[in-house]
Design a protein around this ligand. Structure first.
Ligand code: NAP
Length: 305
């Protein structure tokens, strides 16, 4: 019986996790197939329940389901509990265990972005979904003293800051309305900016107009396909140091691989596959295709359940 690991999200066709994880399973001689399951929110409970089947080793969970998955698993680990978001599921018999490997992935990316400089203490986070929760938790753990969260729907950013109220009691964590003048003022005060919205994923759009971006920011865009995103291009042109989401994706994926298999992840191979997927997406975009429909996404797509 071939074992199965699935990625549950909506959309999923843009994802590069399939190519990366399948290559890692194959290289380790594991009979596991990584499948992409595109499921709308109403279908999420059934998709999660289906994982109890014997052939399933576990799952990844992505946009927009990470928070809604928390009450659907039997147990959450510390990072999933602390963030209120699940991106990886493992199994203990039929019991489903929810993890959050985005936190570890984010911290690797943040450290690489900051490099040899002193770790800054002020950040702006754009977005308040599942990815933003891992980012905010990672910033709190890293010792940031002021983190401002902007979200299109303010109530979600307020919910996020309330969720972290206790772990952020020693610092300033605030939700602010998505007004360009307010964003501009906060960007001028911050050193680190993280885009945790999905803007830029489906079209060549940016969450922040170029004229609001000051030079010298350290900018991390969680969107990894396409790379670079419009936000990254415009921030770089303004003089910022920029990074896309691929390093975070690589390390959250490596941590998930290790949880499913108990083996050390073949990091170099996974990085290579990720780079191939990004390059294929860029080539598709240059040919006038949508990046998410490049050959890597096709190769990664397994049969729907
Ligand atoms: P999510 O829970 O669905 O949240 C989506 C976020 O994007 C929300 O804050 C939403 O705001 C915002 N948004 C969507 N459309 C918008 C628009 N037109 N204008 C302004 N804001 C908009 O998704 P998620 O899981 O947090 O993922 C968010 C992004 O991060 C995705 O692109 C995902 O691929 C990426 N990500 C990457 C990694 C990585 O390893 N690189 C890890 C995690 C996530 P509202 O609440 O107002 O709708």
């Amino acid at each position: 019986m071939t074992n199965r690991v699935v990625l549950i999200g909506h959309p999923v066709a843009h994802s590069l996790s399939g190519g990366m994880q399948q290559a890692a399973f194959d290289a380790e001689g594991l009979d596991i197939r990584y499948e992409l399951w595109d499921r709308v929110p109403l279908e999420l409970p059934d998709a999660i329940a289906e994982l109890k089947g014997e052939e399933f080793v576990g799952a990844n969970v992505t946009i927009p389901h990470k928070e809604k998955t928390v009450p659907l698993v039997d147990k959450t680990t510390e990072d999933a509990h602390a963030t209120g978001a699940v991106n990886t599921i493992t199994k203990d018999g039929k019991r489903l265990i929810g993890h959050n490997t985005d936190v570890a992935g984010f911290n690797v990316a943040l450290e690489a972005l900051v490099g040899k400089q002193k770790m800054p203490r002020q950040a702006v986070v754009l977005g308040a979904g599942g990815g933003a929760r891992a980012v905010v938790y990672g910033l709190i753990r890293e010792g940031f003293q002021r983190v401002i969260v902007f979200n299109r729907h303010l109530h979600r950013a307020e919910g996020l800051t309330r969720f972290f109220a206790r772990s952020a009691a020693h610092m300033e964590l605030r939700a602010m309305p998505w007004h360009e003048s307010v964003i501009e003022a906060e960007l001028a005060k911050a050193k680190v900016v993280v885009n945790a919205t999905s803007v830029g994923l489906r079209a060549d759009e940016t969450p922040v107009p170029a004229e609001l971006i000051p030079p010298d920011l350290l900018l991390l865009d969680l969107v990894y396909n396409p790379n670079p995103t419009r936000l990254m291009r415009e921030a770089e042109a303004a003089g910022c140091t920029v990074m896309g989401g691929e390093l975070m994706l690589l390390h959250q994926g490596a941590a998930a691989f290790e949880l499913w298999t108990g083996r050390k992840a073949p990091l170099d191979l996974m990085r290579e596959k990720l780079e191939e997927g990004i390059a294929a997406g860029a080539a598709g975009a240059a040919d006038g295709e949508v990046a998410a429909e490049g050959p890597a996404a096709d190769a990664a797509a397994g049969p729907a359940s």
